[in-house]
Design a protein around this ligand. Structure first.
Ligand code: NAD
Ligand code: MG
Length: 402
């Protein structure tokens, strides 16, 4: 496939989270457009073998692992190649700061906040997959985007869809934004079935192939809650204008409704390479190998409202957005800890939203005015979530034996 990215050939790119689902899809596209991209840096966490293999293929100038304990392995694996290496959080930030025109912010969780900000602060084009950075520090991140003249391109499929049909020049004409959601693997489960759902069931998303954390978030619908907050910051509309609609086929990736009654939607097969290609080629379009949409075969597109009783995470996220300040930071941090515990087998599926609600109730909402404030609030919410989880673990056998 030939793809002209921009006038600058080749476009220099850095991929933060290169070993993850979004990172690998980004690399797949880059490799399908030989000569159009030059990789400046790659960064990831503990999958150092994958990082080495990617680096040997793509020949970046710098590779960082966040996992300092794996540094020797990375260094040895790239010895003699001339590729510089680094380890730890500072090295991941260094990767973000290196002079690439375009950066994929593809790290999962609040760990992506600081590196994403580093890319923003040097005015880069930032393809934003790492929604947690906007959820935990949206006001501050958007202020930095404006101050530093960075370009933020939404990669999350819903926000990418909205971006494609959002008339930024006539914003008062936007009446509503409708975020679609597949409903996840437990869309039709009752609460009893959800209570005993396993991590393997939760990560088996019916339509999308994604990392473990976002897959669990999709199962609780916390993902849609995080996306409400993400949309609020990206598109600057009021919380009341943001709707969520369950659409099990994941064909319509989101919609924008206008004051004249028009509704514009972006459609496509559920393959992240389409929104990533949009960002990678921006402001042009480049080819992506995603399956072509065959609506006649699909036959039916269906819609239903989300069920607030079975999926309380959506309500918690909306409340956190309404409260503002530190509430979304607390929501996202507690969720990360609860999801990790669920994936490790130490918490039931319904416990995830319970822990988030518990931590949100326990910590008063404050107004963070700096990234340092956000990091402190995030850490406090994580500590409290971990304590509550440990207490539940101690209490649980007592309940069972009673
Ligand atoms: P993943 O778990 O597959 O990959 C995460 C990546 O982040 C890996 O490369 C990992 O090594 C890296 N990482 C983790 N901790 C790190 C740290 N402390 N420092 C540096 N790197 C670190 O996750 P994913 O599914 O690719 O999701 C990445 C982000 O994109 C998430 O914020 C997710 O919500 C968002 N997103 C993903 C998809 C998808 O289809 N996968 C869709 C929309 C949005
Ligand atoms: Mg999404």
């Amino acid at each position: 496939m030939n793809g002209a990215a921009t006038g600058n050939h080749p476009r220099s790119v850095t991929i933060l989270g290169s070993t993850g689902s979004v990172g690998r899809s980004t690399i797949d596209l880059i490799e399908r457009h030989p000569g159009a991209y030059r990789v400046e840096a790659l960064a990831g966490n503990s999958r150092v073998g994958d990082l080495i293999e990617q680096a040997l293929r793509l020949r970046p100038r710098f590779v960082a692992t966040a996992d300092a304990a794996r540094y020797q392995e990375l260094k040895d694996g790239l010895a003699g190649t001339g590729i510089a290496t680094g380890a730890g959080a500072a090295a991941v930030c260094e990767a973000a700061e290196r002079d690439a025109e375009w950066v994929m912010a593809g790290i999962v969780g609040a760990a992506g906040l600081e590196p994403t900000l580093r890319a923003i602060r040097r005015g880069a084009i930032v393809a934003l997959a790492n929604k947690e950075s906007l959820v935990c520090a949206g006001d501050l991140v958007m202020a930095e985007v404006a101050r530093c003249g960075a370009t933020l391109l939404p990669v999350d499929s819903e926000h990418n869809a909205i971006f494609q049909v959002f008339d930024a020049h006539h914003k008062p004409a936007v009446e509503r934004i409708i975020l679609t959601a597949s409903g996840g693997p437990f869309r039709t489960f009752d609460r009893a079935a959800m209570a005993s759902a396993s991590p393997a069931q939760a990560v088996a998303h019916p339509n999308w192939s994604m990392g473990a954390k976002i897959s669990v978030d999709s199962a609780t619908l916390m993902n849609k809650g995080l996306e409400l907050i993400e949309a609020f910051h990206l598109f600057g509309v009021s919380e009341a204008c943001l709707d969520v609609l369950i659409h099990p086929q994941s064909v319509i990736h989101s919609m924008v409704a206008y004051i004249d009654g028009s509704v514009l939607a972006q459609l496509g097969s559920p393959d992240m390479r389409t929104p990533i290609a949009y960002a990678l080629g921006w402001p042009n379009r480049i080819a992506a190998p995603s399956a072509r949409l065959d609506l006649a075969t699909i036959g039916q597109l269906t819609f239903e409202p989300p069920d607030p009783v079975r999926f309380p995470a959506l309500r918690l996220a909306r409340e956190a957005l309404r409260t503002g300040g530190s509430a979304p930071t607390i929501l996202s941090a507690a969720n990360e800890i609860a999801v990790a515990r669920f994936l490790a087998g130490g918490l039931g599926f319904l416990g995830i939203a319970e822990i988030v609600e518990d931590v949100l109730e326990a910590l008063p909402a404050t107004r963070p005015t700096s990234i340092a404030d956000v990091i402190e609030i995030d850490a406090e919410a994580r500590r409290l979530a971990a304590r509550r989880l440990d207490r539940r673990a101690v209490d649980a056998p007592l309940v069972r034996f009673a």
